[in-house]
Write a protein that binds this ligand. Structure first.
Ligand SMILES: Cc1cc2nc3c(=O)[nH]c(=O)nc-3n(C[C@H](O)[C@H](O)[C@H](O)COP(=O)(O)OP(=O)(O)OC[C@H]3O[C@@H](n4cnc5c(N)ncnc54)[C@H](O)[C@@H]3O)c2cc1C
Length: 484
């Protein structure tokens, strides 16, 4: 009975009002009666301009939550026939797996990680394979947003837009512009956003013709605009007064994972720039998931499987110590594979070929949460008789240990509470009100998480524990020296 009712839910009820929308902007490209608007929680919202807008049957086909094809189907169409291509679950198709960084020029210095995203984009442009890049850029003065999707039309512009933006971006305006322009474009996006552009390409021949390459960033989760805003506020830049943020500033001498965040904003009418380590930023622990957008917890695409190339950080002991930053790279497109091989041959990039297991190890935490713990998250919807998207993993409440379930429940509470508590704190103009509400939840999470790690440590044996403790202490000492 319950199942029948769920099956009859409209697109609006299942995807939009329940908050599962990826908020990519794909619906607005397809249907001019839908517009993307920023809501009070700093998330884009697909908004109908006419009553029947969400009744458009095509919308189901471009939503990552309802499409009749999944990432495997789309990836197999795109890459399945590439000569010599291999496949591994979670990684998806690949012709090459690498870790390393750019040697040429200042690409690495100016990037968030090893600089390969910007360097490959530059190579495509210089080799006349593209005429422009659609990626997330700084906005101009007067915008309520700090970053948005835009088009870079020259190598200089591509270079100027490097760096990771932990900030929401939707592509409706920019893809509509691409449709009306001549030329070939590369697109950069996080998993579900990129997948929805792939789905759009299947129903819109003009988009399909213009977007030649898709660059997939590996992504823990999408943040709302409040993530950046709250960091500013914690350090004295009131909401609405943050003018720039570099989420990842490399700190020479410290591991790549110990980056700082640089904020610029107006304090009492005077421009001020401050830099803070991750540990000092209240909202920065990605495990807590503050200001996480809901769709990120309902994708099983950990490594951006439908991208021509996926790029992330090499969070591996042999690379992470290097403050300059190193990428992991999953190559699927033959043109990009050639560019990489030429780059290695010419000494423009320094890359090691790595194994499937090394790629998986580089994203252990992300894969655990996104993929391995998803059966539990979706099973809770089934238990409560609620609609949820169909995934490549099967709902199973027993899939993870009781303790991990508690960690998942704690993350869900933090995610849900952070947006609400922050909104109330802004309303009352009091940052400490936000901290006061969140601290008990964060402490409860930390207790659960510590217990989970302790269990894992004992399972690995005493030598492993001693080695880990040693490296943690030396890391803390280095950081303390830098701060001093
Ligand atoms: C929200 C988010 C979460 C991430 N989480 C992880 C993670 O958990 N693990 C991991 O290994 N890597 C993660 N990454 C990727 C990582 O931060 C680097 O972006 C990636 O390693 C590429 O580094 P690079 O030096 O090659 O990029 P750069 O050379 O610095 O170039 C970055 C490119 O990405 C574009 N860009 C920046 N932000 C966005 C965005 N939000 N949407 C679309 N395009 C954008 C820029 O315009 C630029 O073209 C995340 C990225 C984002 C945006």
């Amino acid at each position: 009975m319950k199942k029948n009712r769920i099956n009859k839910l409209s697109f609006y009820e299942s995807v939009i009002s329940s908050g599962f929308d990826v908020r990519s902007g794909a619906f607005a490209v397809l249907n001019s009666n839908i517009q993307m608007c920023l809501n009070e929680y700093g998330e884009f919202e697909s908004t109908a301009l006419s009553e029947s807008a969400f009744e458009d049957p095509m919308l189901r086909e471009v939503s990552a939550m309802t499409s009749s094809v999944n990432e495997d189907d789309v990836a197999s169409e795109l890459f399945g026939a590439v000569a010599g291509i291999k496949y591994r679950e979670v990684i998806g198709y690949y012709s090459g797996l690498y870790a390393g960084h750019v040697v040429e020029g200042d690409f690495r210095k100016n990037a968030s990680s090893g600089g390969l995203t910007t360097w490959i984009l530059k190579e495509l442009f210089e080799k006349d394979l593209i005429d422009g890049v659609v990626h997330v850029k700084k906005t101009g003065q007067g915008s309520e947003l700090l970053f948005e999707y835009g088009i870079s039309n020259s190598v200089e512009e591509i270079l100027a837009s490097s760096k990771s933006r932990y900030y929401p971006a939707e592509f409706s305006k920019v893809i509509t512009e691409v449709k009306s322009r001549q030329g070939r474009f590369a697109f950069v996006g996080i998993p579900s956003i990129l997948f929805e552009l792939r789905l759009l390409c299947r129903v819109d021949p003009e988009v399909n013709k213009k977007i030649k390459y898709m660059f997939g960033l590996i992504c823990g989760h999408q943040k709302s605009t409040k993530y950046a805003e709250s960091i500013g506020w914690q350090f004295g830049i009131a909401p609405g007064h943050l003018t720039d943020i570099d989420f990842r500033k490399k700190v020479p001498g410290l591991p790549a994972s110990s980056y700082s965040t640089e904020l610029t904003g107006l304090v009492n009418g005077v421009e001020r720039t401050v830099s803070r380590f991750q540990d000092d930023i209240f909202v920065s622990n990605w495990g807590h998931g503050m200001f996480k957008t809901k769709f990120s917890d309902f994708t099983d695409d950990a490594l951006n499987e439908t991208a021509d190339v996926s790029l992330g950080d090499a969070w591996l002991p042999e690379y992470v110590h290097d403050s300059g930053g190193n990428n992991v790279l999953i190559v699927r497109n033959p043109d990009i594979q050639r560019i990489i091989e030429e780059g290695v041959f010419n000494g423009q990039v320094n890359l090691d070929q790595i194994s499937e297991q090394t790629v998986l190890d580089s994203q252990k935490g992300l894969i655990n949460h996104t993929r391995n713990e998803l059966p539990y998250r979706i099973s809770k919807y089934d238990e409560n008789g609620l609609w949820r998207p169909r995934k490549r993993v099967t709902a199973d409440i027993e899939e993870i240990t009781t303790h991990k379930r508690k960690v998942q429940d704690s993350r869900a509470r933090i995610q849900e509470l952070s947006s609400r508590a922050y909104k109330e704190a802004v309303f009352s103009g009091n940052w400490s009100q936000f901290e006061k509400i969140m601290v008990p939840e964060v402490e409860a999470y930390s207790r659960l998480y510590r217990k989970m790690r302790l269990k894992r440590s004992w399972a690995n044996g005493p030598f492993w524990v001693i080695r880990k403790l040693g490296s943690k202490l030396s890391h803390k000492w280095q950081k303390w020296q830098k701060k001093a």
